[in-house]
Design a binder for this molecule. Structure first.
Ligand SMILES: O=C[C@H](O)COP(=O)(O)O
Length: 333
């Protein structure tokens, strides 16, 4: 199946959606629902394997999809040697991720990335560098990436990050709760994190590469949503296996199930190892197909990525410098 006919309108490109989404309030832990969650691994893997080949976007539509992807990036630096200077450069890129000349040629308005994602210590320089841009700062907290520091410290870290001005907090769950099937413990932990976040939105990093099975991924996704996660996110980027298409299918179907049963839309953030423009399009197409256009807005979809933007920039350059530029039409025209 091709997605040539998918329209990527100005509305989709718009940086900030005008819709007001009721925040996921969560619900009591429903163990019947959690334990009933299954994942047919071979069917999911078969479908995931066919996705990249089945998804193609005509050249005339690609630039719009790529710009859409840019608006959904949590531009990230999560390195032990991060400095205020490096974060400053990242933020300058976040403000203007695509060269003005490229946007002009494509007839597109100025865009920014979805957010900048850093460690707690880098919140202040990020805020300073992003002043006036409207781009939120996301902080990884709770002992990222392993999440094995004492619970009170992890909660205090969230509180400090929120006090420092982070509008979004990416927490890591305790993988052992999933591996031991201790859903109550996972729920209680996630609930405590959500409370500590206050008004800041919370993304629950499942570290799916360490959860042992797709069924565990499905169950952990549901428990975190029940406990009030605003987003569920695949990975820290530090596991040996990070974002994958099978895991994505499982997580976004859990999101759909949760929406059908509760009416709350929870966001999805694939993260780790997504560095190619064509992969970004595959993810966007999958979101559109499984969850619909609403989940293509940056308040419900983000890529956690440190190098994806570089490849998207390269591809956009091809669009404006190659033969292609002469034939470019906006998808809505
Ligand atoms: O959430 C962010 C991830 O750490 C990014 O991973 P990456 O450096 O592989 O793009």
């Amino acid at each position: 199946m091709s997605i040539d006919t998918y329209s990527v309108t100005d509305h989709h490109i718009a940086q900030l959606p005008q819709v007001t989404e009721p925040r996921n309030a969560g619900m009591p832990l429903d163990l019947n629902w959690v334990l009933g969650a299954q994942a047919n691994t071979s069917a999911i893997e078969r479908r995931a394997a066919s996705l990249p080949a089945r998804r193609s976007v005509k050249k005339a539509y690609q630039a719009a999809w790529l710009l859409k992807a840019v608006t959904c990036i949590d531009l990230t630096t999560l390195s032990g040697d991060d400095t205020a200077r490096r974060v400053g450069r990242l933020c300058a890129k976040a403000r203007q991720p695509v060269a003005e000349s490229v946007l002009d040629t494509l007839g597109m308005p100025a865009i920014t990335v979805g957010a900048v994602c850093v460690y707690h210590e880098m919140i202040a320089p990020a805020l300073e560098a992003l002043q006036g841009s409207g781009i939120p700062v996301a902080a990884v907290s709770t002992g990222f990436p392993a999440g094995l520091s004492p619970l009170p410290l992890r909660i205090a870290e969230i509180e400090q990050s929120v006090a420092a001005g982070a509008a979004e907090i990416d927490i890591v769950i305790s993988r052992r709760h999933v591996l031991e099937g201790n859903w109550q413990a996972l729920y209680d932990e996630m609930r405590a994190f959500r409370v500590a976040c206050g008004d800041a939105h919370v993304k629950a990093i499942l570290a799916t590469g360490e959860l042992g099975s797709l069924r565990n991924v499905a169950r952990a996704s549901i428990v975190c949503m029940m406990a009030g996660a605003d987003f569920i996110k695949t990975s820290t980027g530090k596991e040996s296996v990070n974002a994958t298409l099978p895991v994505t299918l499982v997580m976004i179907r859990a999101i759909r199930d949760y929406y059908d049963r509760t009416g709350f839309r929870v966001g999805y953030k694939p993260a780790g190892g997504i560095s190619k423009a064509k992969d970004a399009i595959t993810y966007l197409a999958l979101m559109k197909e499984e969850l619909g256009d609403r989940w293509l807005q940056p308040d419900l979809f983000r890529f956690g990525a440190s190098s994806l933007l570089n490849d998207i920039e390269r591809q956009l350059e091809h669009h404006v410098t190659g033969n292609y530029s002469a034939t470019y039409r906006h998808p809505t025209s």
